[in-house]
Design a protein around this ligand. Structure first.
Ligand code: ATP
Ligand code: MG
Ligand code: MG
Ligand code: MG
Length: 439
């Protein structure tokens, strides 16, 4: 992409409405535009990052055995009447009436709808386990939408739903998602900590929030420092091996970690005082086993090996991709702007042509562009005639992992300068060596 032909509306000033750094940087880097309280358009750079975040989420959901579908944003109220949640959900639900006076709603979550899909087709335990997920916009009329996409009213969610014959099966499904979440957040460059979370009236120990520690987080959390050094399961982890899954979950739930609502001082005091970490955190994911809460009232049953009908045991598993963009920035930035992890960077590298129109500079820039593109790195070429300071500031702000600077002096001696955005390290290299370093 050539910057002169792109749509990258950078802001020079710090927007007054932004209280936290991620919101400020997303506005300044031209990633989002607010259209109403808590409702945002994604501009080209923001959309690229969101698509990358979703790609990583999808890959790990698919790897764990979940299957993607796409349910609509608008749902009939009648489904929610079956589970009694239509009245219970309260003011966070956006209720809509169509021209025939039928009650609809903009989905805040999809348990009822996915249970309806399940009960329409699946009749036997032989078709289990099943885990269906989608990535779809949700609407929750939050009392206090704030911090940009961190707490929006319309936001994207990946929500998965597992169906099993019994608790044992449901627990295995829960464990697979637990491991998939560890891997997902790690690939997004984040250190996530699974923390015991509220299970409401259902009880049990199968509810975890995945928390990113950050001063700007809205949750108060308590955990053992041991989590900061724990190693996340690698790509060779076997999701079909229930025992392997269970032992990973065991390991990741042994040190103390709980959110405010679940915090227990006497348990906490068993952790060595120097290892106790009391901090603020961002909830980026939540996994939850709720058994037959929806399958029973909605009649989602399967025939078991005993020939009898059993309501299926279910769980749901959410991740917020739009909130994640903000969480990644909270975790990875400096005074000059965003520092994208490679997995989600909107472009793989910036090529800064210091003197567009100069034959040597243009040739070098085009050559690097082509070589990076051929190697599968999508570059953004700054071919504008802004002054040097403005160019560098813009590239630091949007935070691509690498900057390749092409200037007349370097061209004369056959080198370009590459800068690593994270470390700030700069090196003068030949075109081929520079490309090789980035790829
Ligand atoms: P919170 O405690 O922040 O209100 P929640 O517990 O209500 O979140 P869940 O119902 O568990 O959210 O939804 C799953 C995921 O969806 C959350 O872990 C979060 O990543 C994301 N999410 C929830 N609400 C919002 C929101 N208002 N804006 C952006 N993402 C959200
Ligand atoms: Mg909420
Ligand atoms: Mg929550
Ligand atoms: Mg939650």
């Amino acid at each position: 992409m050539r910057l002169s032909r792109y749509f990258l509306p950078l802001l020079k000033e710090n927007p007054k409405e932004a209280e936290i750094v991620s919101h400020r940087l997303m506005l300044r880097a031209g990633m989002i535009r607010q259209q109403a309280a808590g409702i945002y358009s994604l501009l080209p750079l923001g959309l690229r990052v969101l698509e990358n975040v979703c790609r990583v989420i999808r890959e790990e959901q698919n790897r764990s055995g979940a299957i993607e579908i796409l349910m609509p944003t608008i749902q009939p109220a009648d489904l929610w009447r079956e589970s009694s949640r239509y009245d219970d959900y309260g003011k966070e639900m956006l209720r809509i009436t169509d021209r025939h006076e039928r009650d609809l709603l903009y989905g805040p979550t999809n348990e009822e709808m996915v249970t309806d899909i399940f009960r329409s087709y699946v009749k036997s335990y032989k078709d289990l386990p099943l885990n269906l997920y989608h990535i779809q916009w949700k609407f929750r009329d939050e009392v206090r939408p704030r911090f940009g996409v961190m707490r929006g009213r319309e936001f994207l969610m990946k929500d998965a739903y597992s169906f099993d014959l019994d608790y044992e099966g449901a627990k295995a499904a829960y464990n697979r998602m637990f491991v998939a979440y560890l891997r997902t957040f790690e690939r997004l460059g984040l250190k996530s900590i699974p923390m015991r979370a509220d299970t409401g009236p259902i009880g049990g120990d199968l509810s975890h929030e995945f928390i990113i520690l950050a001063e700007t987080g809205e949750s108060q959390v308590f955990c053992d420092r041991a989590y900061l050094d724990m190693e996340v399961p690698g790509i060779d982890v076997d999701f079909r091996n229930d025992e392997e899954m269970a032992s990973i979950v065991e390991k990741w739930t042994t040190p103390y970690a709980a959110t405010d609502e679940m915090h227990d001082e006497s348990d906490w005091s068993k952790t060595d005082e120097s290892d106790r970490l009391s901090a603020r955190g961002i909830e980026v994911g939540h996994i939850f086993h709720f058994g037959t809460k929806y399958s029973e009232p909605m009649g989602a049953t399967v025939t078991g090996p005993d020939g009898k009908q059993h309501p299926v045991s279910m769980g749901s598993y959410g991740i917020g991709p739009t909130r994640l963009i903000a969480a990644i920035i909270e975790a990875s930035h400096d005074d000059n702007g965003i520092i994208w992890p490679e997995s989600v960077a909107p472009f793989g590298a910036a090529i800064v042509n210091m003197k567009p129109g100069d034959r040597g500079c243009d040739e070098f820039s085009d050559s690097i562009y082509e070589k990076l593109s051929n190697a599968g790195i999508d570059p953004l070429m700054d071919d504008t005639d802004q002054r040097a300071g403005a160019k560098f500031a813009a590239m630091d702000l949007i935070g691509l992992p690498w900057q390749v600077v092409v200037g007349p002096r370097g061209v004369a001696s056959d080198v370009v300068e590459i800068k690593n955005r994270r470390t700030g390290d700069k090196q003068e290299l030949s075109i081929d060596t520079a490309v090789h370093r980035i790829v």
